[in-house]
Design a protein around this ligand. Structure first.
Ligand code: SF4
Length: 296
């Protein structure tokens, strides 16, 4: 299941790329800018500002949807909305949208082929999410076919999946863009819900197996935005023999989506970081001989 295809991107890999966002993540980072990608099933988003009170949705998803008591818009009882996908394309004003759609490998290949003329020498496809490797059964035939068609594929991943899932697809991946968020197990668990040891073990196996890896560090205030924590991450990357690291300054672009999903955004008190605020980390990484980049 995917929730977005972004075309002609110059981020998340080299050249011009097609970014494909897979539904479902094995972590739930408190700052996640794609919260609609975290649940494995379809997710309903409601933008009250677009609602024109047409009311088409009320009969389709009764009794989960009600008119708001405040005279405008609707109220959603998400616990009793078993199948959000029934609301896909129901709202003429697009106040209600559903993230997440099943797509066959053949259909996705057709979508990718439309962009092939733009890839030239360096471009290609980047799989993102969510956690794309959580859907390795789907990925294997897709990646195999893209390899046959000589279309290069990068995978953006937090590596928080069983090693078998990575092993099942790694031979067809050009570059793994690996999110490394922290080296401290306690902090990693508190802020992402996961066990950093699995990430570290998978990363080591991937590097030892000869896969091309670029590390991407989301720089998050209150989590890892300190000299001490960044040095620990950079030293770990350097010790593994990885040659390239990217720093992704925290931004608040995903904030609105939390409201649209009826969730609280726990990072509301932090502002976006500028590139200059990660400069000392860049300098330290360069001093260790790593190639660096700031931003995706
Ligand atoms: S790993 Fe990425 S997609 Fe998953 S919750 Fe964290 S930031 Fe979001």
């Amino acid at each position: 299941m995917i929730f977005n295809i972004q075309r002609y991107s110059t981020h998340d890999g080299e050249g011009i790329r097609t970014l494909i966002f897979f539904k479902g993540c094995t972590l739930h980072c408190q700052w996640c800018s794609n919260p609609e990608g975290i649940p494995f099933g379809p997710t309903l988003l409601y933008d009250e500002r677009l609602c024109k009170d047409f009311g088409e949705c009320l009969s389709v998803a009764a009794p989960a949807l009600h008119r708001s008591d405040e005279g405008h818009g609707i109220r959603i009882d998400r616990d009793s909305l078993a199948r959000p996908e029934v609301l896909r394309d129901v709202c003429p004003a697009k106040a209600l949208t559903v993230a997440g759609e099943e797509i066959s490998v053949e259909e996705l290949l057709k979508e990718i082929e439309k962009d092939r003329p733009f890839y030239r020498d360096h471009g290609g496809v980047t799989l993102s999410g969510g956690e794309p490797l959580a859907q390795s059964e789907y990925l294997a035939p897709l990646l195999q076919e893209l390899k046959t068609r000589k279309i290069s594929v990068d995978v953006e991943t937090s590596l928080y999946v069983e090693w078998e899932r990575i092993a099942a697809v790694k031979e067809w991946v050009s570059t793994f863009l690996v999110d490394m968020k922290h080296t401290d197990a306690g902090k990693f668990r508190t802020y992402t819900g996961g066990d950093v040891r699995l990430v570290m073990e998978n990363l080591k196996k991937l590097v030892e197996g000869g896969s091309r890896v670029i590390i991407r560090v989301p720089v998050i205030p209150g989590f890892n935005h300190s000299q001490r924590e960044m040095i620990s991450i950079i030293d770990h990357v350097h010790a593994l023999g990885i040659r390239e690291i990217h720093f992704l300054p925290y931004h608040t672009l995903g904030m609105e989506k939390y409201r649209m999903m009826g969730l609280e955004y726990l990072y509301g008190q932090y502002r976006s970081l500028g590139d200059e605020e990660v400069h000392s980390y860049v300098q330290y990484a360069q001093s260790k001989g790593l190639r660096t980049k700031t931003g995706g």
